[in-house]
Design a protein around this ligand. Structure first.
Ligand SMILES: *[C@@H]1O[C@H](CO)[C@@H](O)[C@H](O)[C@H]1NC(C)=O
Ligand SMILES: *[C@@H]1O[C@H](CO)[C@@H](O)[C@H](O)[C@H]1NC(C)=O
Length: 586
């Protein structure tokens, strides 16, 4: 297909400067705001727990649910166990039954750089519904991230981070298969590397997935268990595969969901991610045409008509961007805003296709508000008189820190970057955006001993891998490749578009996950699950309601499972490996 045009206004982390909150200008005052009161309670939660070598749980976040928090002390450098220490921030929702207690299951939400604490805060109840009440639902902010210290932080002041984003010029875009406009990204990336190095007091090189895998073993042992039970999404599949490669005899249960190719990741190549992204986009065209005008607001008679209408919108926006101002924020909708929204909608067609079609229809009528609002409401940046107000916030630089530290060194040559990006453009039209991941490591301080695998092992229990037939960023082929290294592992396929099992809700798939955690049994090789609904434009307003559940056969249990899965799908849009748009107005 003719590539749709590309995304602009990206900085290298990469973060998009898309829209700004109206309250930005008011942030200089010392008035307490909502975000500073959240920051205060974070400080009260984490700042008052002393890191310890044993897991000492403290009740926390009681307004949100029944949670316990702990800070586990681990060596910053495992080669020097007596040297400087790191503190891993953990949270758990304890098992609700002691009868048949099955120990902790650890979760990783992806990223890299995403907060496991946040995942548990938003989804612990649903995860417990999916797995059963006998498990502790546990996660943690991986080392270097959010509430785990030392934290990856390349700036002296928060406002400097905000301003750094504004240095980026127009983002790269693809013209006749050639990526143009990468020079500024290349230069800004060197700046970021220099800032990372100048804020490094010796911690930086230890923020790696290999070390996080060792931290997971410590966490399990501190729980009094010998082996790991784990469910990792997206980048969490890299973390899981790294653990399995290092400690094959410590695997009790491992689900890798939305599986990335670990060799490609550790090579800092990112060339195998997007092989199915056009396939996912094609589902938008096909399903919209099939659903009809009553269900798809951007309907046209054939899929290629719909595709053509999107390209026409892109062309129109190149000529004439649209200014948008709402009561709370403002921004500019241009062709890159559109291209980016197309891309992120692919993570969860179930949750995103219908709102996207609605936004496109409004855009066709000259109104860009709905499209801009798909990016979410920007949170106003507030200066605080308390310099420690943001000490426990997730920071966007965690993303590049983990992946650049993990990966092979990226060439500093502009020509090499150009060649790389052109190669990626041959994989997918979304290369304009995706290339910024690799580019973000240009100028990164050299990692002395990156991990190389091999990603093979005879694990003490076989691994369950989950892949979707049209996953935009972790194609099924990567799940199959990773499975080939681990003895007796099984790939469970979900025949749907979207990223991870949370991007493509399937009762069948989650029943297999439940079964696997309950008694260790794996689905047969080659098992394919259907999603709860094939065409995302036909999702009823309340899929967890009776109508759907009745069609699924097994009554109450399935209805509860379905409700949990669909709630999670809606919260996790889009799920990780994608560089998120910062919620702080960046
Ligand atoms: C644009 O659409 C939004 C809803 O997305 C609506 O609130 C607004 O009034 C519309 N603006 C114009 C000028 O029609
Ligand atoms: C696990 O449970 C399923 C169904 O309940 C059963 O078919 C299977 O044989 C069990 N496997 C083991 C290893 O107990």
């Amino acid at each position: 297909m003719r590539p749709l045009l590309s995304l602009r206004a990206l900085s290298i982390t990469p973060i998009a400067v898309f829209h700004l909150p109206l309250a930005l200008g008011a942030g200089g005052s010392c008035e307490p705001s909502k975000s500073t009161s959240i920051a205060r309670s974070e400080a009260e939660t984490w700042g008052t727990i002393n890191p310890s070598k044993d897991l000492i749980w403290h009740s926390c976040y009681q307004e949100t649910g029944i949670f316990e928090c702990a800070r586990l002390q681990v060596p910053l450098d495992y080669a020097e166990p007596g040297g400087r220490q790191a503190a891993i921030a953990l949270i758990r929702k304890p098992a609700t039954t002691r009868e048949g207690y099955r120990g902790p299951v650890l979760f990783n939400p992806g990223g890299p750089g995403d907060s496991g604490v946040n995942m548990i805060l938003s989804s612990a109840d649903d995860l417990a519904t999916i797995l059963g009440p006998q498990f502790d639902i546990v996660s943690f902010d991986p080392r270097g991230i959010a509430r785990s210290t030392p934290r990856a932080n390349h700036f002296d002041m928060d406002v400097e981070r905000v301003l750094f984003g504004t240095l980026s010029g127009p983002s790269p875009w693809i013209e006749d298969g050639v990526v143009t406009g990468i020079e500024r990204v290349w230069a800004q990336s060197q700046l970021l590397g220099a800032l990372a190095a100048s804020h490094d007091d010796g911690y930086l090189e230890h923020i790696t997935t290999e070390n996080t895998a060792s931290d997971m073993l410590r966490i399990v042992q501190a729980h009094g268990e010998e082996k790991l039970q784990y469910w990792g999404f997206s980048y969490g599949s890299i973390l899981g595969a790294t653990f399995a490669a290092l400690y094959p005899d410590k695997v009790e249960r491992m689900v890798l969901d939305g599986v990335a190719d670990a060799e490609d990741y550790y090579a800092t190549a990112w060339l195998n991610s997007l092989t199915d992204s056009e396939k996912t986009l094609q589902l938008f065209f096909d399903h919209c045409a099939e659903a009809g005008p009553a269900n798809c607001p951007f309907y046209s008679l054939t899929p290629s008509d719909i595709q053509g209408n999107i390209i026409a919108l892109q062309d129109k926006l190149i000529a004439e961007p649209i200014a948008v101002r709402t009561d709370t924020y403002y921004g500019i909708v241009d062709h890159s805003t559109l291209h980016f929204n197309l891309f992120i909608s692919l993570y969860s067609p179930f949750a995103s296709f219908k709102p996207l079609a609605n936004a496109l229809a409004q855009l066709a009528a000259g109104n860009g508000t709905a499209l801009l609002s798909l990016l979410g409401e920007p949170v106003p940046y507030t200066c605080s008189c308390d310099e420690h107000a943001h000490d426990w916030d997730p920071l966007p630089e965690a993303f590049a820190t983990v992946l650049c530290n993990d990966g092979a060194e990226v060439s500093g040559s502009l020509k090499d970057l150009q060649d790389y990006w052109n190669e990626l453009a041959g994989v997918s039209q979304f290369a304009d955006y995706w290339g910024t991941i690799h580019a973000g490591c240009v100028g990164w301080p050299k990692n002395k001993k990156p991990f190389h695998g091999p990603f093979v092992g005879d694990t003490s229990h076989p691994i369950l891998l989950i892949g979707n037939t049209a996953d935009p960023v972790t194609p099924l082929s990567s799940a199959k490749k990773m499975a080939s290294g681990f003895k007796n592992s099984v790939v469970l396929t979900i025949d749907a578009g979207g990223h991870t099992s949370l991007g493509a809700p399937s009762v069948c798939a989650h029943q297999h996950v439940w079964q696997y955690f309950q008694n260790g049994s794996l689905p047969g090789q080659g098992t394919v699950c259907d999603p709860i609904i094939k065409n995302s434009f036909l999702v009823p307003a309340s899929p967890e309601g009776n109508v759907m559940a009745r069609g699924l056969g097994n009554g109450d249990e399935d209805a509860k499972l379905l409700a949990a899965v669909t709630r999670m799908v809606r919260k996790f849009k889009p799920t990780s490996i994608i560089p998120r748009i910062s919620k702080r107005g960046l």
